[in-house]
Design a protein around this ligand. Structure first.
Ligand code: HEM
Length: 154
């Protein structure tokens, strides 16, 4: 159905905008911690997490209303791009989720930071950086997937 394909593209454009907003928020959060603005860092990173959660809530709704994509009509290259995108997002979710989970030990807006272990701090830093890098890989690959979907519109 022509209309359904257009709605799917509209949904993925919305999902891309959410991921872009999360990546911008994460980048500003990274800049904030480099400037030692701890409270601002925590706020911006929590905002990025909320944007990603919004996507995770919207996706099952999309599946229920519009179903899955018909990959049978996609080229091999488009399918490889989709798989790369899914892998980048999976790494982002795992690394970002663990970074956020470790941050709970730093207390609200980092008030208990002095009590946190150096290994938790360094793990948080490395996982957080990985999540940020993968959010941009996810964004770039998502843009390629989206352009492919638009070009395949009937
Ligand atoms: C998913 C959410 C989060 C991500 C992705 C994230 C990411 C990062 C990144 C990339 C760094 C390293 C900056 C650098 O040195 O290059 C960092 C450091 C830090 N973050 Fe987060 N962060 C998150 C949430 C939080 C929260 C909620 C807090 C609570 C206050 C927090 C506290 C800190 C602290 C204290 C550091 C400095 C660590 C140190 O060097 O001791 N972060 N974070």
């Amino acid at each position: 159905m022509e209309n359904e394909a257009a709605w799917k593209v509209a949904y993925w454009a919305f999902a891309w905008a959410l991921l872009a907003a999360a990546a911008v928020s994460g980048s500003l959060g990274w800049r904030a911690i480099r400037q030692e603005k701890l409270e601002r860092h925590a706020r911006l990173m929590n905002q990025a997490v909320i944007l990603i959660v919004l996507f995770l809530v919207s996706y099952p709704i999309k599946l229920a209303l519009l179903g899955r994509e018909d990959l049978g009509t996609w080229s091999e290259a488009a399918r490889v791009m989709l798989r790369s995108h899914e892998a980048a997002v999976a790494v982002m979710l795992i690394a970002g989720g663990l970074a956020r989970w470790l941050a709970r030990r730093f207390g609200k807006a980092g008030r208990n930071l002095a009590d946190a272990s150096m290994s938790d701090r360094s793990r948080h830093r490395r996982l957080g950086r990985a999540a940020l890098v993968m959010s941009f890989v996810g964004l770039g690959t998502a843009a390629a997937v989206l352009v492919g979907m638009i070009l395949r519109l009937p």
